[in-house]
Design a binder for this molecule. Structure first.
Ligand SMILES: *[C@@H]1O[C@H](CO)[C@@H](O)[C@H](O)[C@H]1NC(C)=O
Ligand SMILES: *[C@@H]1O[C@H](CO)[C@@H](O)[C@H](O)[C@H]1NC(C)=O
Ligand SMILES: *[C@@H]1O[C@H](CO)[C@@H](O)[C@H](O)[C@H]1NC(C)=O
Ligand SMILES: *[C@@H]1O[C@H](CO)[C@@H](O)[C@H](O)[C@H]1NC(C)=O
Ligand SMILES: *[C@@H]1O[C@H](CO)[C@@H](O)[C@H](O)[C@H]1NC(C)=O
Ligand SMILES: *[C@@H]1O[C@H](CO)[C@@H](O)[C@H](O)[C@H]1NC(C)=O
Ligand SMILES: *[C@@H]1O[C@H](CO)[C@@H](O)[C@H](O)[C@H]1NC(C)=O
Ligand SMILES: *[C@@H]1O[C@H](CO)[C@@H](O)[C@H](O)[C@H]1NC(C)=O
Ligand SMILES: *[C@@H]1O[C@H](CO)[C@@H](O)[C@H](O)[C@H]1NC(C)=O
Ligand SMILES: *[C@@H]1O[C@H](CO)[C@@H](O)[C@H](O)[C@H]1NC(C)=O
Ligand SMILES: *[C@@H]1O[C@H](CO)[C@@H](O)[C@H](O)[C@H]1NC(C)=O
Ligand SMILES: *[C@@H]1O[C@H](CO)[C@@H](O)[C@H](O)[C@H]1NC(C)=O
Length: 829
């Protein structure tokens, strides 16, 4: 015992003398029960157990949490009486009774018990261990087998050392079940368990019946689950799988015992891996699965619709309202929505027949019934005539109807049309009426002619109208009304990101624009204008040009040049589009690097893009790449990193420092760029399995092949669609750059300027080391480096001497920066 621990123990001893129970106690014995504010603490000061109150709830539960010296934010890891709370903790008691641990409520009624048929009654005791296991055992012999342990009955948290699996002899299964809400630890709808069919994969289910996520099978060699490649990005956990005749389970340990880490099945229906950061005193989310919220089955409940691009994710469908306001306030959407106006019952005279509201771009719910109908009208009347039909969809002679609750609806950017049955009174405003009128008759020819006339007149009127007025140099301030008009009331959606959707618009001069409607911008008008005018001055041939903006009330929109060839992801990952040949891909890689180098090094304020991925690289008519969405990090402000790391989940482009909480520099873009380079070569997402189904994380494979001393088959790395048509030297160069860019330590990554020079062939790149995060587990423990700490022990990858001198040359004085900028400006216009 060193002097510090001695002092601590001494201090605690002093406190102990004054209080009933204290750190000294880690067991509940026949003589020592737990009531009121009393707690027991594990011997090493890791965990504490006692009554707690979740959030603003008035209920008390017996729970376990990290001892506050370890984790200052009270974090519950286990709950005993999940479904039977008590309201007065002082008259409730947890004690040993007939060899069991029993919780008695205010009226001394047992409401929770370990419920074992003990053979050795008399001297049982319950002991809280330092790994967070609460063990009921016979007597104080620590080597005797536990009669019962909390590790076998997990709540929503999986702690290191615990097992999640099943035992076929005892029929015991360990299942992680979410809390109902943040204030109610009762079992919620989402659970994680080992596939009971005996494959070594984890499944997440909704209501223990509908599976919506699978980890993919465990690969013993690379020690990851095939569908969770993120696991490689954190060499923190040592997972192991045990299976035999009697039982199958996973358990894990943390390489660094000082790290405090947990897995939780969150109320959001996602499994999350979190680590406590002592420096910032908060839990740090490493990854969550499923990656996006809307992938969680029926997350928004019945008649709720999930939209990944809006906050909150859930909304009730038109004509419906939250079933439980308080539930929605606590982010528990699972109760769903209920009808605002009851449907027409059919037997009253003054009621009106129900009608159908058109919902476009939806995912269709499951459990549809296919019926025979030759037309939309026929399909509609089939639904209408079935009292229990709530919706229908019709598509080229296929008519589907739904009976009862509609679950798992999702708003997509490209989906099907669903017709929702609503009471006639929900169709009040004829102008915004999107519903179908039953038995619509063909409009009169006169009416149509009138309409055409009107359109022609308004087009003529607009021909000579100037929309918006120029401000701050080349930027135009638009009126919302005008943007609404040129985008035909935002009807043609080009795409949507985390910060808003993009719509196509045609200006009166017939030039085409892309209008981005920003969501969740908290900035005031003045600040917004300042930021926008800064972005407006940034012009480069490889950056998408901002033409203008709109700021009215709470509305914030940005207007950009329209890029006819869309974004890079569609060209790389979409089978339908034309395959980009290798030369084009190389030029896209180079152009993107130039755009980023300009943002990082040549602007007055260095701009970190923060969200480099193929979706944000747009292609013009000549397939010249243009980086989109730069400067948004600043516009969206503090919300940004939350959106990046939580809303979208860790997408495989995020540099480790984003999630480890250290300051993010331009090198975070370099990392994302590197990850994207791998995808440019392979033509598939890094996070996806290869087509042959082999578990291979492409960046690892590519990095190992390129850095291995033996001559590898470089062309085998290339997108199979290119049929080995590529330049070996260029591919090698690109993979080397990629590998250099994704080094764990940002100091080991090149600058974007260096990347440009390498790709231009001006600079050579030495063999970079395979980054830690790409390496397969299996080394001995002391090679493990954690990226949350400064990885000084990591063997540094020194860039070639060439590169270092070049980088010092590119550092320019402010005046030369400005002259460079104006040059660039001219080339871009
Ligand atoms: C428990 O109480 C009994 C009788 O009250 C006493 O004999 C025994 O020593 C106590 N045990 C402990 C561990 O305090
Ligand atoms: C709990 O109550 C406080 C004060 O009434 C309120 O500010 C806070 O938002 C509540 N927390 C939750 C999670 O509802
Ligand atoms: C104690 O639990 C019993 C059984 O659940 C219940 O009937 C009784 O009302 C509870 N007592 C109090 C004071 O809540
Ligand atoms: C204890 O187990 C019995 C049967 O094994 C069961 O009926 C009872 O509900 C259980 N009690 C508690 C509190 O879990
Ligand atoms: C504890 O139990 C183990 C086996 O169950 C036994 O070998 C050991 O002697 C016991 N120790 C004590 C102190 O009773
Ligand atoms: C386990 O479950 C199987 C099938 O459900 C049953 O046949 C068996 O008796 C159970 N075993 C125990 C120990 O409960
Ligand atoms: C398990 O196997 C049964 C029967 O083979 C099958 O019906 C069920 O869908 C399987 N469950 C899962 C989760 O794969
Ligand atoms: C969950 O499943 C049970 C039957 O397995 C069903 O009774 C219950 O309604 C389901 N819950 C929801 C929210 O659908
Ligand atoms: C399986 O259980 C039986 C009886 O419970 C035991 O004898 C056997 O050793 C166990 N097998 C393994 C591989 O653990
Ligand atoms: C669940 O996840 C959300 C989003 O990541 C987070 O804000 C929330 O704190 C999590 N809840 C729990 C209980 O960990
Ligand atoms: C509608 O649902 C009710 C209750 O589920 C059922 O009794 C009735 O037969 C159903 N009617 C039709 C037309 O399916
Ligand atoms: C990982 O866990 C397994 C099983 O618990 C253990 O044998 C192995 O030594 C651990 N590896 C490291 C590097 O700690």
């Amino acid at each position: 015992m060193d002097s510090k621990t001695f002092l601590l123990s001494f201090l605690l001893l002093c406190i102990c003398l004054n209080t009933h129970l204290c750190l000294g106690a880690d067991t509940i014995t026949a003589n020592r029960s737990l009531s009121g504010d009393q707690t027991i603490v594990s011997a090493g000061g890791q965990f504490e157990l006692g009554f707690f109150q979740p959030g603003n709830s008035s209920n008390y539960y017996i729970g376990m949490w990290y001892y506050k010296q370890l984790v200052s934010e009270k974090t519950i890891v286990w709950v005993a009486n999940r479904e039977q709370p008590v309201s007065d903790r002082f008259s409730s008691e947890l004690r040993i009774s007939d060899g069991n641990l029993v919780l008695f409520n205010e009226s001394k009624t047992p409401i929770w018990s370990t419920n074992v048929t003990s053979t050795t009654s008399g001297s049982t005791e319950a002991f809280l261990s330092d790994d967070g296991n609460f063990v009921l055992r016979a007597g104080s012999n620590s080597s005797s087998l536990p009669l019962w342990q909390s590790f076998d009955h997990p709540a929503h948290t999986w702690l290191p050392g615990a097992r999640i699996g099943f035992n076929t002899v005892t029929n015991q299964t360990q299942i992680l079940t979410s809390w109902k809400t943040s204030e109610d630890p009762a079992p919620g709808l989402y659970s994680l368990e080992l596939d009971p069919n005996g494959t070594n994969a984890y499944l997440i289910q909704w209501n223990r019946s509908r599976q919506y996520w699978s980890s993919g099978s465990w690969d013993e060699k690379s020690r990851i689950f095939s569908l969770v490649p993120e696991m490689r990005l954190n060499y923190i956990y040592n997972f192991s799988y045990v299976t035999n005749k009697n039982e199958s389970y996973f358990t894990y340990s943390v390489y660094d015992p000082k790290k405090t880490s947990r897995f939780v099945m969150n109320t959001s229906g996602q499994i999350q891996q979190l680590t406590w950061l002592d420096s910032s005193k908060q839990w740090n989310l490493f990854w969550s699965q499923p990656r996006t919220q809307c992938e969680v089955y029926a997350y928004c409940g019945a008649f709720g619709s999930c939209n990944q691009n809006s906050l909150p994710f859930c909304n009730c469908l038109h004509g419906f309202e939250p079933k439980s306001k308080s539930g929605w306030d606590l982010l528990d959407y699972s109760v769903g929505c209920s009808r605002s106006t009851p449907l027409y019952s059919g037997n009253s005279d003054n009621g009106k027949e129900d009608r159908f509201w058109e919902l476009t771009s939806m995912s269709l719910p499951e459990n549809d019934q296919s019926v025979n109908a030759g037309s939309n009208v026929q399909c509609q009347s089939l639904c209408l005539n079935n009292r229990n039909c709530t919706a229908y969809a019709y598509d080229s002679n296929n008519c589907s109807i739904w009976i009862g609750d509609l679950l798992n609806l999702q708003q997509l950017s490209d989906g099907r049309t669903l017709y929702l049955r609503l009471a006639a009174s929900e169709f009040k405003d004829p102008k915004s009426n999107k519903g179908l009128i039953i038995g619509v008759s063909v409009g009169s020819a006169v009416g149509i002619a009138l309409l055409i006339g009107l359109i022609v007149v308004s087009m003529l009127r607009h021909r000579n109208r100037v929309i918006g007025k120029a401000v701050e140099g080349s930027l135009v301030a638009f009126e919302y009304r005008d943007l609404q008009e040129v985008t035909k009331n935002f009807s043609e959606k080009l795409g949507g990101g985390g910060f808003g959707s993009v719509f196509k618009g045609t200006m009166p001069d017939s030039s085409v624009i892309a209008v981005k409607k920003l969501e969740s911008v908290s900035q005031g008008e003045k600040q917004f204008r300042t930021e926008v005018s800064t972005i407006g001055t940034i012009q480069h041939v490889n950056l998408v040009r901002l033409r203008g903006f709109c700021s009215e009330g709470s509305k914030r929109l940005l207007v950009y040049d329209y890029m006819p060839n869309g974004s890079l992801d569609a060209h790389l990952f979409n089978c339908q589009s034309d395959v980009l040949d290798w030369k084009t891909r190389y030029q896209i890689a180079l152009g993107t690097a130039r755009g980023l180098a300009y943002l990082h090094e040549k602007c007055i304020d260095c701009i970190i893009h923060c969200d480099i991925k193929p979706e944000n690289i747009l292609l013009d008519t000549e397939l010249c790449p243009k980086v989109a969405d730069f400067g948004l990090a600043k516009l969206v402000g503090r919300e940004f990193s939350r959106v990046l790391t939580t809303m979208r989940g860790t997408r495989g482009y995020l540099a480790p420092e984003w999630i480890s909480g250290v300051a993010v520099t331009a090198k975070a873009d370099v990392y994302s760029y590197g990850m994207m380079l791998f995808e440019i070569v392979s033509g598939r997402r890094n996070s996806e399995q290869s087509e042959d189904g082999k578990v291979r994380f492409f960046p690892t494979w590519a990095a190992e092949l390129i850095t291995s001393t033996e001559e590898g088959d470089v062309l085998s790395l290339l997108d199979p669609k290119l049929e080995r048509n590529g330049d070996v030297e260029e591919i090698t160069r690109v993979i080397r750059v990629a590998c250099w860019c994704v080094q764990d330590d940002e100091a080991h990554r090149p600058s974007m300027g260096q990347v440009v020079q390498i790709l231009e062939g001006v600079l050579d790149v030495n063999l970079p080391s395979v980054p830690r995060s790409l390496q397969v587990f299996g080394g001995s423990q002391d090679h493990i480096v954690f990226f949350t700490e400064s990885s000084s022990s990591q063997s540094s990858h020194a860039p070639s001497n060439n590169a270092s001198t070049a980088s010092s040359q590119t550092k320019s004085t402010p005046s030369s920066t400005i002259s460079k900028r104006s040059e660039e400006h001219q080339t871009s216009t």
